[in-house]
Structures are given as C-alpha cells and as structure tokens.
Design a protein. Structure first.
Length: 251
C-alpha cells in the first residue's frame, strides 16, 4: 500500500473562522534583510486542547523548529506547570534552534520581558480547559493551533473545546490532526469531513504517528534534528504545517 503523505485536500470552507487583528510589533529586527521572511508582524500562536497526550508539546516544539528553519526568530513559551517543553529543551545542549522560556505565572504571559524580540511566539499550554493558564494563553494569541488525534472520542472532546472555549475567544484557529496512523487514512478523512461539516477549520496537512517523534523527544531534539528512521516523513509533516500557517498569515 502506498504511504500517504501528510495532507488531504479540502475545500475553501476551511478558512480560519475569525480575523482578530494581529499584534503590531515588528518582527526579527536582528535578522538580515536578505533572509527576512515575508511575515513582518509578530505572531503569537497558542497550542491548546483540553486533553493531555494529544501532541500539544510535540507540536509546539516542532512547529517552532520548522518556523525557525525558515528564518523566523522564534520563542516557545512553556505555560504548562508540568514543563514538558522546558524539560525537552534542557536536554539539548546545542540548542533547538529557537529559545524556550517557562512562565511560572500564566497571568504574566504577555509581560515576559523578551517577548517583543521575537517574530513568532508559540505558547504550549496545560491540558486543563478551565485553567487560568489556558485562558491567558488564548487571550494573548493571534492564532490557535488545536492538535488532536482523529479517533472519534478525541475528536468529540476537541469539538466541545472549540464550542465552549475557542469560538467565544474570537481568534483565528485551525485543528491539526496528529498521531495519524500512516497505514490507514480512513479515520483521518472521516475526521476531516466531520470538522468540515461543522464549519471547524482544519489544516490540510496532518501529522502521522512515527516512533521518530517519541525518540526525538527522549533525546531532547526537534524532529528536524532527528536523523533516525522515518525522520524525513516526520519532518515533512511539521514543515507542511508551518507552511500552511504562513499562508494563512499572508492571506
Ligand atoms: N506524531 C506522533 N507520532 C508518535 N508519537 C507522538 C506523536 N506526537 C506525539 N507523540 C507522543 O505522544 C505522547 C504525548 O505527546 P505530547 O506532545 O506530550 O502531548 P501533550 O502535550 O498534548 O500532553 C508523547 O509520548 C509523544 O512523544
Ligand atoms: Mg504537553
């Protein structure tokens, strides 16, 4: 059976549902003009889902890595008291290619002193729907990325999160299907169709489940730094997500 690539086609009904203005800080003033990416305004992206184990931290780390590889100046703000992203970063002596800062008081998220120095800030959040940290991370966001596995129970919980937390916040967002079984796309297609029917925007790209993600995390590497088996496929998935995100910013 051919290995599916990490994306499916959808129609234009999936454009982000809201157009809250982005922050107006200039991005990356230390970057050379030659390498400056098209996106000029600072973007704050919050990665959220009320559930744990749905790849929020994996997505935060690898989205940061993919955006940094495209010459964005990137910071990951770890707003999860469990501090998985900070733990991941601490084990990488050579650095991940972007900066990671943990935020002890989530209500201070937008007052992190260095925040203005970055073109892109990605906020990783705890798996608690009613938490102050999640509310604060959504409040400062220009864009939400909502990772979820495509399994029906996970998807149902995510749809409820969109209804109760995301839509009222009036921020642009997309659902990202993660931990997708690369040998069977049926569930993924069904999940994409369910979201489409509900008018919930989803990335066309999705992230397939590969051991490479677990191994890279254990070594404190982003998937872009990982050299093992199926690294290429796993890298391609997060690169596609980063590209799609940047297309949304340009439109
Ligand atoms: N695409 C993937 N393929 C395989 N394993 C994954 C993938 N994404 C995440 N994982 C694994 O799933 C577990 C939960 O991921 P994590 O990012 O910590 O979720 P969360 O932050 O939502 O709790 C981790 O063991 C992680 O390595
Ligand atoms: Mg996490």
């Amino acid at each position: 059976m051919p290995t599916p690539t990490g994306s499916v086609k959808q129609n234009s009904k999936t454009a982000p549902s809201s157009t809250k203005n982005s922050k107006s800080k200039p991005s990356g003033t230390k970057q050379s003009e030659r390498n400056r990416p098209l996106v000029q305004q600072q973007k704050i992206i919050t990665v959220a889902n009320g559930k744990g184990g749905v790849a929020k931290t994996t997505t935060s780390i690898n989205l940061c890595a993919a955006l940094a590889a495209q010459n964005h100046r990137v910071m990951l703000l770890d707003a999860d008291p469990q501090a998985s992203a900070s733990w991941w970063a601490k084990r990488n002596e050579g650095g991940l290619g972007f900066d990671v800062a943990s935020v002890e008081d989530p209500l201070q998220l937008d007052r992190v002193p260095q925040i203005g120095d970055y073109g892109v800030v990605v906020v990783d959040t705890p798996p608690a729907l009613a938490s102050n940290a999640l509310a604060a991370a959504i409040a400062i966001a220009d864009y939400l990325v909502l990772p979820t596995p495509p399994a029906p129970l996970d998807l149902a919980a995510l749809i409820e999160t969109v209804r109760t937390v995301v839509k009222p916040a009036n921020v642009s967002y997309r659902v990202l299907l993660t931990r997708v079984d690369p040998r069977s796309l049926r569930e993924t297609m069904e999940a994409q169709n369910t979201l489409l029917d509900l008018g919930i925007p989803a990335f066309h790209a999705f992230v397939r489940a590969y051991k490479a993600h677990e191994r890279a995390a254990l070594e404190g590497m982003s998937i872009l730094q990982w050299k093992g088996k199926q690294a290429r496929e796993a890298q391609a998935d997060y690169r596609r997500v980063a590209e799609e995100l940047q297309r949304d910013w340009r439109d």
